[in-house]
Design a protein around this ligand. Structure first.
Ligand code: SF4
Length: 337
C-alpha cells in the first residue's frame, strides 16, 4: 500500500477548500449528486457536449438544475465543449447566454476561437479548458490563459510529476480528474477523430443544430471504438502482413484514484472532477459520497486513507463493470450502423 504524506511527515498547506465536482448526465443524477456531497456538477445541453442524448439535458432540465444551484449555494458548470460550424456560432453563443442568465457560473469549452469570443461577451463566467482541448504542455496552458481561460483540466494521462512541473507557472486554476489512465493509453482526448469514420450521419434539429452522429467534437457522441477488440496486423494482410495481436483494445480503461489525492490538494488543485455522465445515478451518488468523505478527511489534515481502501476497490469494480457494459453497447451500435 502506498505511504501517505502524513506518514512521510509532510504538512498540510493552507489551501482554500477544493471543490468536488460531479457529473450530471441526467437531471436526476445532477440533483442527487448535489444532495450527496458535490459542491458543483457539470451538465451538458442536448447536442452540445459530446455525449449521446441520454446523457445530456434538455433546456427545461438545464434550467431546473441551474435553478437548484442558485438556491442551494451550489455551482453549476455547463459542458459545451464542441466545435461549432460557422452557421452554428449564433446558436452556440445564444445557448451560453441563456445558461449564464439563469445563473450558471462557468462553461467548459474546447475550441480556442470560441473561448476568446465567450470571454469577451460573458466576463462573469468562469471558463474551463475542457480536457477535450487536448492540452499537451505548459505552453498550451499559457495560450488558453491568454484566450481568457480561468481553469484548465489537467489531462488524465498526466500524473503528479507533470502537475508539479506546471503548477507554479500555469497562471490558472487546476482541475484534476479523479481518474487516470494507465501509462499505455496516450491517446489524446479531443484530438481523436476515429469514431467519425464509423457511421457518421447528420441530423438537424428544429433550431438547425447539426448533431453529427458519430463525431463527438461536432456534437454527436463518440462510438468508443477504441474500447473494442481489434485484430492488429503488421503490414497489409494481402501483402503478407503478419498478425501480431488477436484481440487488442486501443485504450486502457481509466481507474479511479485514491492515494494521489493528498498530494493533489497539496499541489493546489482547486477542483476535483468525478467523470461519468454515462454511469448510473446510483453509482455516481456512491462515488460522490465516497470522495466527499475522502476530501473532507484530507482537508482536516488526516492523510491516512487506508480506511477507504476496501470501499474504493469495490467502487472501482462497479465503475469498470458499468463502463465495459456501456462501451460494448456503443461499439455494437456503431459497427452495426
Ligand atoms: S474513439 Fe476512444 S479515444 Fe477516440 S474519442 Fe472516442 S473514446 Fe476517445
Amino acid at each position: 500500500m502506498p505511504v501517505s504524506l502524513q506518514q512521510q511527515g509532510q504538512q498540510t498547506t493552507n489551501q482554500p477548500p477544493v471543490k468536488l465536482m460531479a457529473p450530471g448526465g441526467t437531471r436526476e443524477m445532477a440533483l442527487a449528486a448535489l444532495e450527496h456531497g458535490a459542491d458543483s456538477v457539470f451538465v451538458g445541453p442536448l447536442g452540445w457536449s459530446r455525449r449521446p442524448k441520454t446523457d445530456e439535458l434538455n433546456d427545461a432540465e438545464m434550467a431546473e438544475v441551474i435553478d437548484y444551484g442558485v438556491h442551494h449555494d451550489k455551482d453549476i458548470r455547463v459542458a459545451i465543449n464542441v466545435m461549432p460550424s460557422p452557421r452554428e456560432m449564433g446558436l452556440f453563443l445564444n445557448k451560453i447566454e441563456q445558461f449564464a442568465k439563469l445563473g450558471a457560473q462557468g462553461v467548459m469549452l474546447c475550441d480556442p476561437g470560441c473561448m476568446r469570443e465567450v470571454r469577451a461577451r460573458f466576463p462573469e463566467l468562469e471558463i474551463h479548458v475542457s480536457v477535450t482541448a487536448g492540452l499537451f504542455n505548459r505552453e498550451d496552458i499559457h495560450l488558453y490563459r491568454e484566450l481568457g481561460a480561468d481553469i484548465v483540466v489537467i489531462p488524465y494521462r498526466w500524473g503528479q510529476t507533470e502537475i508539479e512541473q506546471i503548477r507554479d507557472q500555469a497562471g490558472v486554476q487546476l482541475e484534476a480528474f479523479l481518474f487516470q489512465t494507465p501509462e499505455r493509453s496516450w491517446i489524446c482526448p479531443g484530438r481523436c477523430y476515429a469514431s467519425s469514420f464509423f457511421h457518421i450521419a447528420h441530423k438537424n434539429d428544429a433550431s438547425d443544430k447539426d448533431h453529427f452522429i458519430g463525431s463527438a467534437s461536432r456534437g454527436g457522441s463518440c462510438h468508443r471504438i477504441c474500447r473494442s477488440d481489434w485484430q492488429m496486423m503488421q503490414g497489409a494482410e494481402n501483402l503478407g502482413g503478419e498478425l501480431f495481436a488477436e484481440r487488442q483494445n486501443l485504450k486502457a480503461s481509466p481507474e479511479l484514484l485514491l492515494w494521489e489525492l493528498p498530494r493533489y490538494l497539496e499541489l493546489g488543485v482547486s477542483r476535483l472532477k468525478i467523470p461519468g455522465r454515462e454511469r448510473s445515478v446510483e453509482l455516481v451518488v456512491a462515488i460522490t459520497a465516497f470522495y466527499r468523505r475522502v476530501v473532507d478527511q484530507i482537508q482536516r489534515g488526516n492523510h491516512d486513507l487506508s480506511g477507504f481502501e476496501a470501499e474504493w476497490q469495490a467502487l472501482k469494480g462497479r465503475w469498470e463493470g458499468e463502463k465495459r457494459k456501456r462501451d460494448s453497447k456503443q461499439v455494437r451500435l456503431a459497427l452495426a450502423g
